[in-house]
Design a protein around this ligand. Structure first.
Ligand SMILES: NC(=O)c1ccc[n+]([C@@H]2O[C@H](COP(=O)([O-])OP(=O)(O)OC[C@H]3O[C@@H](n4cnc5c(N)ncnc54)[C@H](OP(=O)(O)O)[C@@H]3O)[C@@H](O)[C@H]2O)c1
Length: 255
């Protein structure tokens, strides 16, 4: 099976890195020449990667085609590509809906929307897909954890929370800089903060059957530091503003 990528940017290169270091069985990965530098790097790194001359060549040669361009470019180029009804087309494009994709693709191919995130390069993280599709589910389960979503509208909720990746890293950055300002060496500060949050995330996954509020409670001792942390941040509307931002991202995706 040949896999093709229209658009070779951040998310395509993360997915390709994941695939090429996984047990997924495929013949070749054919990528678009754009972005040129990323495409060249991928070809150098992984021997099964080939750079196509243009987008139609990818569609012609591949069984599965991943759409990994921005919405503006997608709206411009997808309608001019000639797909086959035997193909599976997986769109990573944030704001183009299934019905819009169907109209642009024209033939009755299998069309699935997916939301991989950059840690897929490490074969980690959730991959919501919509509508459910067994083969696509199995594929992404080898690159992370597939979450099947029946209703496209509900996938927007997942999209909204994925807008919190950069804020999460910003949180780590602020805490690391805070330690540095107090004289801690940067590499020690960063090692401490990143391994603390890795451990907390692993603990949350291991306890994922419990309601998260128990973890919040269990990690506080009465009058302790964590109790002060939650209380002061709550009073400062830190969590309310998190929710407010999620709402406004959701609103933007729902347009
Ligand atoms: N980044 C994420 O975490 C993430 C996660 C899930 C989904 N997505 C979605 O995935 C899509 C791509 O996001 P991204 O972050 O990977 O964006 P990106 O890094 O900007 O990648 C877009 C790619 O499209 C290429 N491109 C532009 N015009 C093209 C054309 N006519 N034909 C083929 N390729 C063309 C760009 O090449 P040039 O650089 O040469 O212009 C670039 O390589 C978006 O719709 C985004 O919403 C992103």
């Amino acid at each position: 099976m040949n896999l093709g990528f229209i658009g070779t940017g951040k998310i395509a290169s993360s997915v390709i890195a994941g695939i090429c270091t996984s047990k997924i069985n495929f013949k070749k990965i054919i990528i678009s020449p754009r972005n040129k530098i990323i495409a060249k790097n991928l070809k150098q790194k992984f021997k099964k990667v080939i750079i196509a001359r243009e987008n139609q060549q990818i569609v012609d040669k591949c069984d599965w085609v991943f759409l990994s361009v921005t919405p503006t470019i997608g709206n411009r180029i997808i309608k001019d590509l000639k797909f086959r009804s035997t193909q599976t087309i997986i769109s990573f494009i944030s704001t183009i809906t299934l019905s819009q994709l169907k109209k642009m693709i024209k033939v009755r191919a299998k069309i699935v929307r997916a939301i991989p995130l950059p840690p897929i390069s490490l074969k980690k993280g959730p991959v919501p897909i919509c509508p459910p599709n067994l083969k696509v589910k199995k594929f992404f389960n080898q690159l992370g954890t597939t979450v099947e979503i029946k209703n496209e509208k509900s996938s927007i909720n997942f999209w909204s929370t994925s807008g919190m990746m950069a804020p999460f890293y910003e949180l780590l950055r602020v805490m690391t800089d805070w330690l540095v300002k107090r004289g801690v060496k940067r590499d020690n500060a960063q090692k401490y903060i990143t391994s603390l949050f890795l451990a907390l995330s692993e603990d949350a996954v291991v306890n994922s059957k419990k309601d998260l509020k128990f973890l919040v409670k269990e990690s506080q001792t009465p009058q302790g530091l964590n109790e002060q942390g939650v209380r002061e941040l709550t009073k400062a509307s830190f969590y309310k503003s998190l929710e407010k931002t999620l709402n406004s991202i959701h609103k933007r995706l729902n347009k």
